[in-house]
Structure formats: structure tokens, C-alpha cells
Design a protein around this ligand. Structure first.
Ligand SMILES: *[C@@H]1O[C@H](CO)[C@@H](O)[C@H](O)[C@H]1NC(C)=O
Ligand SMILES: *[C@@H]1O[C@H](CO)[C@@H](O)[C@H](O)[C@H]1NC(C)=O
Length: 209
């Protein structure tokens, strides 16, 4: 858009200069040549940019096809754990992958609480969908790092969730590119917070063997 506007203004300036025929013809010629050269350079650059954009789009498509057929939910019923158990009532980590958004997992109030799921094998993880509690406290989910990795001591950032979430709502966490991993972990960056999840779904591609 920027290039097109610039090109348009330059062409208009060029026409004004050309139509002003009273004297100064040499100056007019050299200016109009400069403008023409500039126009040519910009057209070439614009074409190069468009080619690059098209190439990166094509590469992305090929990469995804190599690894997979379709995106599947792969977290339900898998092994989970969390940084602690809420005191008083029992809200275990696995209740976030029990297929029921009416139950939830819940840690103690503590520094940097976290929750993770072991998907059992490597996948290319693309999207995580989080459901917050329905009865209250949705806004407790905020400032979360979402990491994915082959083991719990080798995790890389998929995305950061600023939040806050709303009670009874759900939100998507998208890794910029699908990430190879077996573990998906959420951690809240805070001196004191609760990690509580009604449900968490992981959409991933099966690795092609
Ligand atoms: C779950 O995490 C807690 C707290 O870090 C730890 O004490 C416990 O051993 C873990 N359980 C499993 C099955 O990994
Ligand atoms: C950590 O995981 C990445 C993939 O996310 C892998 O390429 C790398 O080799 C792993 N590093 C170690 C030390 O295991």
C-alpha cells in the first residue's frame, strides 16, 4: 500500500513537471529521468517482496504436509501434574483433562504455580484451548507462559497469555509455528497466584514416521 501510494504521487509529480513546458527543459528532463529510474527501482523491489511473500507461504504449506494429515485433540485423559494441590478440597491436575468443563484443577496460592500434561509421545503442537472455571475466578488466569518441549527440562515458549481470562469462558493459545513436543506446560508469572483450569485441550499433528 505504501509503495503504491508513493508511486502514485511520484507519477503525478512527474506529469506536472512534464506539462510545465516554459523553459528549464534540461532540468525538467533530468528530474523526469530521475523519477523514472526511481519508479523502476521501486517496481523491481515491490516485485521482489511479493515473490518472497509467496515463497514463504508455499514453504509453510509444504512443512505442515510433511509432518501431518490433520489436527487432533491429544490431551484428554493423559498424565498431568501441577506445582501443588489446593488445601482443604481435592482438585487434582487431571481434572483439567477429564473432558468435563464443570470440574477443575487447582493449586495452592503460591509463587509461579504451574500445570503440565504429558502427551505420551512427540507431537507437533499447534494450538491449546483453555477453559476457565464456570463458578468464579476466571480472571486468575493471566500472565501465563505456555511452553512445549520433548521433556520437562527442555521446554520452549509457545506463546505468552496476558489475559485476564473471563469466568466460564475459553481462549486459544497459538504457537506461532507448530512445535515438536511431548509436554505442554502453563505457568503463571506471579509472586502469589492459583493455577486453576476447568479444561485444557491440545490440538496437534501426529508425527509421520
Ligand atoms: C507431582 O508434582 C508434585 C509437586 O511438584 C510432586 O511432589 C509429585 O511427586 C508429582 N507427582 C508425579 C506423579 O509426578
Ligand atoms: C531440546 O528440545 C529441542 C526441540 O524443542 C531439541 O531440538 C533439542 O535437541 C533439545 N535439547 C536437548 C538438550 O535435549
Amino acid at each position: 500500500m505504501y509503495f503504491l501510494c508513493l508511486l502514485f504521487s511520484l507519477s503525478s509529480a512527474y506529469q506536472i513537471i512534464v506539462s510545465d513546458k516554459d523553459g528549464e527543459t534540461d532540468l525538467c528532463k533530468s528530474v523526469s529521468n530521475d523519477v523514472k529510474n526511481l519508479e523502476q527501482k521501486m517496481t523491481t523491489q515491490l516485485e521482489q517482496i511479493l515473490t518472497l511473500l509467496q515463497q514463504s507461504k508455499d514453504n509453510k504449506g509444504i512443512k505442515d504436509v510433511e509432518f501431518v494429515k490433520t489436527l487432533h485433540e491429544v490431551a484428554k485423559g493423559k498424565s498431568t501434574n501441577q506445582s501443588s494441590l489446593y488445601k482443604g478440597k481435592y482438585y487434582p491436575a487431571e481434572w483439567a483433562v477429564d473432558g468435563n468443563t464443570g470440574t477443575f484443577s487447582h493449586t495452592k496460592g503460591e509463587e509461579n504455580p504451574y500445570w503440565w500434561v504429558d502427551l505420551g509421545k512427540l507431537y507437533r503442537v499447534k494450538q491449546i484451548v483453555v477453559y476457565s472455571r464456570k463458578d468464579c475466578c476466571g480472571s486468575y488466569l493471566k500472565d501465563m507462559d505456555v511452553t512445549v518441549g520433548p521433556s520437562l527440562n527442555n521446554m520452549s515458549l509457545c506463546t505468552h497469555y496476558k489475559g485476564p481470562a473471563s469466568t466460564g469462558g475459553h481462549f486459544n493459545l497459538d504457537c506461532k509455528a507448530a512445535m515438536v513436543g511431548r509436554y505442554v506446560k502453563l505457568s503463571i508469572n506471579s509472586k502469589r497466584a492459583y493455577m486453576q483450569l476447568a479444561e485444557l485441550k491440545v490440538f496437534a499433528y501426529h508425527q509421520k514416521l
